[in-house]
Write a protein that binds this ligand. Sequence first.
Ligand SMILES: [Zn+2]
Length: 293
Amino acid sequence: MLKLKSSSPGTTTLQHLASQQAVIDGLKIEEQVTRAQELWKTKSSVKGGKPAFDEVKQALIDLCVSTELCNYCEHNEATDIEHVYPKSFFPERTFQWPNYLLACKTCNTHYKLDKFAVFAPAKSATAVILQRKKLPPSTDAAFIDPRVDDPLYYLLLDITGKTFHLVPHPTLTNPREIAKAQHTLNVLEIGERPALVKARTDAFNFYQGQLEQYKNVMNAATLTDLEDLAQDPHLVDKNNTFAAEQQVMLNGLKQSILSYLHPTVWREMQRQHQSLNKTKRLFAAVPAALTWV
Ligand SMILES: [Zn+2]
């Protein structure tokens, strides 16, 4: 999980969201959750809803770090508009743009659901898991919101121990921050889901392989060298100059890194390269790659 970029839909769409939200906010508190669920289901069929939510979806795609990946697990296609603060506890945030991000079906409907924790009282270090049919005791989230927070401040990917688990960052000392990291991992279960662990391990090997290849292409001297390095020698255009073909290959390798699954693995390789022997050597050979994001 990485901090998302910034983006916003236009004024007309924000006004549409505000008008839907006003319907909910005008109701008695006990009626708000049911109405929020109903309005969310019909969000694209009400007047002005379709263009508004098409624009919301595009703005959410623009927030994504690389490709259209789930903002939580980075493994599956991001298909769902997810409410960071669940609408079943926080109906006042159902149509609030800052409360949205893109998640996959697995994260949204199998893991997060309406699970959430808040600090209560607010600003304290006591995290409370919300319970259905009870009003949340505060709005002080014990949950990492990648729209606002930098998840890598709270979490660490264990590469050096080779578990590829996401864990609370070992340098955290503030009890609130530790609780926030732990509750996020408890809710999403992104720390140790076996499919994610396997895919992160594969991503690590992929990134190292591409970086190694980048180094080799940088060190090539002739078009024949490039042909030897290319997976398919026919991709090297012998009518082009060596320098131009070399640049095409380097650009392709960089793009393949920046559009691959599990971008957190790449960021963690950059952050932790000093403690990873082979990765350290590769970054020493391709220092520019330390700034590729
Ligand atoms: Zn996911």
